[in-house]
Design a protein around this ligand. Structure first.
Ligand SMILES: O=C(O)CCC(=O)C(=O)O
Ligand SMILES: [Fe+2]
Length: 278
């Protein structure tokens, strides 16, 4: 299949359907229902969305598709009276920079509530165990769902903005980075080929999207980089970066760049395809 055989209307339809929040697996199913062959559909989708064929193949195999998030639309969204600006959008991977997701006061209060409870951050290893990790040198803590009125308000705002119930969220994680500390390039989705996959996905299933909220503005460094598309989001107090992904989506690779000067505080909300909370 060569480039010119993809009709412009089909290309446009794939782009707009994907942009409106349709998952890769649903997109492939729609093409199949419209009469395209499986192999042909995967090739077309990979080409139009500029994704590796392996990513599209993984989505095609992803049979138990749970809920998906709705991607915020530019120029802005108003959630329960709170304005959120959508200042940057990319389609592959789906990224939205959200300005003003949190107020300055909410940022300060979250830091104050989290500070007394910080400990060395853990990552999930290949066997599904949590462990300290060289790749992630920040300090952090988790809030329980709705643990404080502030946490509850932020969780509800994210749920409304992304049209996904609060129950699909993991507890809000706060991270604190000091100069030199970083989070090396990684994926937030869990790798089905790793032995711990069934353990980490037993509750809530796969991760489908992340919201990283900046609680302060580091003096230098500390942005969130998406190296596959050459994008770095500046860490700015009150702003956030939202990104959504399918299992195996290599374009969603991202990193918390080293803080060079000052410190960096973030709050991360990871979202699951099914309810994570009992
Ligand atoms: O620190 C950052 O900018 C990125 C954090 C991140 O990737 C995560 O919490 O999953
Ligand atoms: Fe991440």
């Amino acid at each position: 299949m060569s480039h010119h055989t993809i009709r412009p209307e089909l290309r446009e339809w794939i782009l707009s359907t994907s942009r409106s929040g349709c998952s890769l697996s649903d997109l492939l199913k729609m093409l199949k229902d419209a009469g395209y062959g499986g192999e042909q559909s995967r090739q077309i989708v990979a080409r139009v969305l500029n994704l590796p064929l392996a990513t599209v193949m993984a989505a095609a195999k992803n049979k138990v598709a749970g809920l998906r998030t709705r991607h915020p639309q530019a120029p802005m969204e108003t959630v329960n009276g709170h304005p959120v600006k959508v200042s940057v959008s990319t389609d592959a991977p789906v990224v939205r920079v959200l300005d003003g997701l949190l107020t300055a006061q909410e940022c300060d209060e979250l830091i104050a509530e989290a500070s007394p409870r910080l400990a060395r951050s853990l990552t999930v290893d290949v066997d599904g165990r949590h462990q300290a990790d060289q790749r992630r040198t920040s300090q952090g803590m988790f809030f329980g769902i709705g643990e404080t009125p502030l946490v509850q308000r932020i969780e509800q705002r994210i749920a409304d903005l992304l049209a996904i119930p609060v129950s699909h969220g993991e507890g809000l994680q706060i991270l604190h980075y000091q100069p030199g500390q970083e989070y090396e390039p990684h994926f937030d989705w869990f790798n089905p080929d790793q032995p711990g996959f069934s353990t980490v996905t037993a509750r809530g299933g796969q991760r489908i999207a992340s919201v990283v909220m900046y609680l302060n503005t580091p003096e230098e460094g500390g942005g969130t980089a998406f190296p596959r598309i050459g994008l770095t989001v500046t860490a700015m107090r009150g702003s956030a970066v939202y990104f959504a992904y399918d299992t195996g989506d290599e374009a969603s690779l991202h990193a918390g760049l080293p803080v060079i000067k000052g410190e960096k505080w973030i709050a991360t909300k990871w979202l699951r395809e099914r309810p994570y909370q009992a």
